[in-house]
Structure formats: C-alpha cells, structure tokens
Design a protein around this ligand. Sequence first.
Ligand SMILES: *Cc1c(COP(=O)(O)O)cnc(C)c1O
Length: 223
Amino acid sequence: MIAENIRQVRSELPAGVRLVAVSKFHPAEAIREAYDAGQRIFGESKVQEMTGKYEVLPKDIEWHFIGHLQTNKVKYIVPYVSLIHGIDSYKLLAEVNRQAEKVNRQVDCLLQQHIAREETKFGFSFDECREMLAAGEWRNLHHVRICGLMGMATNTDNMEQVKAEFRSLNDFFHEVKETWFKDEPSFRELSMGMSHDYHEAIKAGSTLVRIGTHIFGERIYSF
Ligand SMILES: *Cc1c(COP(=O)(O)O)cnc(C)c1O
C-alpha cells in the first residue's frame, strides 16, 4: 500500500519537484516500507520522534524537520538534519547557526511564511521577513544556508483561496530571490503543498511537496 502510494505520487511530480514523505506519528516500519520503494526524504515534526527514527533507520535517509522548532531543542537535530523547513524567527536561525558551528556543519534552512488565515499557524508575515532580511545580520551566520521559503495554506475546501495563498507565496519567493539571493543558486526551494492541496501547490511553483496522509494513511495521535 505505502509503496504503491509513493509510486503514484512520484508519477505525478514534474521534474524539479521533490517529495517529502511526512512520516510523523507513523512507526519506523512504515518508513522502512517507503524506503524500500525508493523514498529517501522523510519529514517529521517532533524532535524526539525524528531523532529516535534517525537512530534506527538507514543513514542515507534525508531527514527534514517540518514542525515548529523550539530553540532549546535545536541541538538534538542539528548534527544530522538535512533541511529545517520551519524557521520562523531570527532568534531560531541564530540558534541553528550556533549549534551547527559546534558540530562543524552548515545546515540548510527555509524561512516559514504565515500565509494562512488561521491564527494557529506559525511563520513570518511577509513584512516581518523583509525586515529580518533587510537588517542583514543573517549574513554573518555562516553555519546556516537559507535555501528558500515554506508555507502552509489555510485548511479549507475553498481551493480558490488556497490557490491565491500559494500564488502569493510564489510571488514573495521571487521577490526575496531577486532582492537578497540573486546570485545564490542554493536559494531555490519553495516548500508548499500537503495531501489535500499538493496539486494546486505544484501549479503555483512548489519544489518540495510535504505529503503524509495520502501516503501513510490517517495518523493515530496516541502513537
Ligand atoms: C503534517 C504536516 C504535513 C503533512 O500533512 P498531510 O495532510 O498528512 O499530508 C505537511 N506539512 C506540515 C508542516 C505538517 O505538519
């Protein structure tokens, strides 16, 4: 089942769009099944859960942290994480840099944007993000690399709204690229799209879709 779902999603992705299989709340065996079907990028949203899985699963897996990251937990994932999607403050970016320096790494990060109407979601507003980038202090953080942006659309059946949110994020991505990362080929990721809206996200320019339920089934939150 999982292998089949992976293959089905993969067959739909245009060149240049990568799949992050969101395995949060699913056991290591489920990840192993996806791994055996060729999947290598997995997304997790809890530090302890991701680290536990990292320890028992093959070392060529790329672990993406997609959840809300607390500064006091950064140190646990920095030694091995491939991409942190949810950088939502300068303070968090600076802490990733500090921990990455300790283990002599450069960690790839995305700046999370608040594009949804729900207040519960995290992220910079476009203006906050512009301000942070214009301040320029991030340029001194040599152990992090800002590789793009991430966002979550409103959880709604109104696909016109979802489309508009994705388009606004894509527009902002191009603005940020032009303004601050023009000569940085590594600034190229736009992480958007989940199980119910990834088709819209791809049409709006996503390069990383984060798909959980559609691959692994419903999450059981008591896991
Ligand atoms: C859980 C989660 C996903 C995956 O959601 P599905 O609806 O299960 O595909 C994607 N992105 C983030 C940030 C998540 O927390």
